[in-house]
Design a binder for this molecule. Structure first.
Ligand SMILES: Cc1ncc(COP(=O)(O)O)c(C=O)c1O
Length: 437
């Protein structure tokens, strides 16, 4: 008996590492289950119509605010301080417009301070520098997010903004994910509209240019803790911009696809428009240019899924197994930004009726196979900047893949581009155009 218990002790001592491993595994799986459960609960803000995780297009009027956000700001409280004659800037020549080079005379600012009860009154001021504490969280932990919207001078002279309520819905989702205060989207749209009407002469009088609107939200609390910012500043600046492609530009986009770089991953923030998603792409964009390409084609996973093109969503037109023309774009699975142009294209193509529309994964092996069989018709990027950008070539693992987008007679991307720009420049009456009088 004595010998037996000695033997038992020896065996326990010999195998104690296995026991520890076993206990750790159980602990770990319990923790994982708890974490997942917490994550499910924290999947905020949901859209009311859909409970599918990630598969959520930001929807206006469906934002749930954080409980402790405090008071909301109101457009009716806005104050305006106009720039003096000496502060007004000369308007640049339309041919000289580059992206984000010139700014208008005024800006919109709204401060948030939790200790003062929430959002303060919106104010329009002359365009000016910001004065911030060096410890402000935006400088250390990139507590920052932004949006990109455009205002167009219609053929009737009226100014139209394209679906701004969608951008504000997306901005609120990003604010929540960044620990920044959410806000009333409708009041923000009205405040921005007032800014645009004050600087309305900056909206170019041509169909080849527009006014870019850049709403921005930053954490300004002057403390170094990695925590949500108790103070924030939301501001909007305006910049007249020319055509994305210079006049005379021929051909489509050339893309550099290197699977060693990943833009977004499941559970990350790739589906939110925060500044910290963009800084890490700059080096890769330089590499694309060094390979003679315009943009990066972002791939994900072992099957090399196509996710985004530079800062655009991606679409493919192809003939499916049944000989039917299909428009396909990656789903909102957390790896891509829910683009407003993407959503508009899906809706317009569905209304068109003679093409099937599908949100599904596209992989590089699929692209190569369809090209070999002559069934890939078009590939294009979509976004506010260029609306629709046809793709002509992909540099992928040492191969140059020619994409016949520009060779299609009955081009879907051309039709979509024309319809969208007709809405934006007021040639087509449409509820997506928010008119500023
Ligand atoms: C990463 C990324 N993907 C896609 C888009 C296109 O989105 P939208 O159509 O709303 O401009 C943008 C631009 O906002 C972007 O930054």
């Amino acid at each position: 008996m004595v010998i037996r218990s000695k033997e038992l002790c020896r065996r326990v001592l010999e195998n104690q590492h296995k026991l520890i491993q076993f206990l750790q595994m159980r602990l770990c799986s319990n923790q994982k289950i708890q974490e997942l459960a917490k994550y499910e609960e924290d999947d905020f803000p949901r859209t009311i119509s859909s409970s599918i995780k990630y598969a959520v297009q930001p929807q206006p009027n469906q934002i749930q605010h954080q409980q402790d956000v405090g008071q909301q700001f109101k457009y009716s409280d806005i104050s305006v301080r106009l720039a003096g004659p000496h502060q007004l800037q000369p308007k640049p020549d339309v041919d000289d417009l580059a992206f984000g080079k010139y700014f208008t005379d005024h800006m919109l600012k709204i401060q948030y301070h939790r200790r003062l009860g929430g959002w303060l009154k919106p104010e329009i001021t002359p365009f000016e520098n910001l004065v911030l504490h060096p410890a402000a969280k935006v400088f250390h932990y990139a507590v920052e997010l932004f949006e990109g919207i455009k205002a167009y001078r219609g053929v009737d002279g009226r100014i139209r903004v394209f679906r701004p309520e969608m951008n504000m819905a997306r901005m609120n989702l990003t604010a929540y994910r960044s620990g920044l205060p959410t806000f009333d989207a409708e009041e923000m749209v009205k405040s921005m509209a007032r800014l645009i009407s004050i600087d309305s002469e900056w909206v170019p009088h041509t169909e080849s240019a527009s006014l870019y609107i850049r709403p921005t939200l930053i954490g300004i609390e002057p403390t170094l803790g990695v925590a949500s910012s108790e103070s924030a500043l939301m501001y909007t600046i305006l910049s007249p911009v020319g055509p994305y492609f210079k006049p005379g530009h021929k051909g489509g986009l050339t893309l550099y696809a290197d699977p060693k770089y990943v833009r977004a991953w499941p559970g990350g923030c790739g589906d939110r428009k925060m500044g910290s998603n963009y800084a890490p792409t700059i080096h890769v964009q330089k590499e694309a240019q060094a390979h003679g390409c315009h943009q990066v084609l972002w791939l994900y996973g072992e099957d090399h899924q196509l996710t985004e093109v530079g800062v655009m969503n991606i679409f493919m037109v192809y003939v499916n197994e049944d000989g039917v023309k299909e428009l396909i774009t990656p789903p909102l699975n957390g790896l891509i930004l829910p683009g407003i142009t993407r959503d508009s294209i899906i809706q317009l193509a569905k209304e068109l009726g003679d093409v099937r529309v599908r949100e599904d994964v596209i992989t590089m092996p699929m692209v190569k196979k369809l090209l070999q069989k002559g069934r890939l018709l078009e590939l294009f990027g979509s976004g506010t900047a260029a609306v629709i950008s046809p793709i002509e070539r992909i540099h992928y693992l040492g191969e140059q893949l020619h994409i016949p987008t520009l060779e299609q007679e009955d081009s879907l991307s051309k039709y979509l581009l024309k319809t969208l720009t007709d809405i934006q420049y007021g040639k087509l009456d449409h509820p997506w155009a928010y008119v500023i009088d």
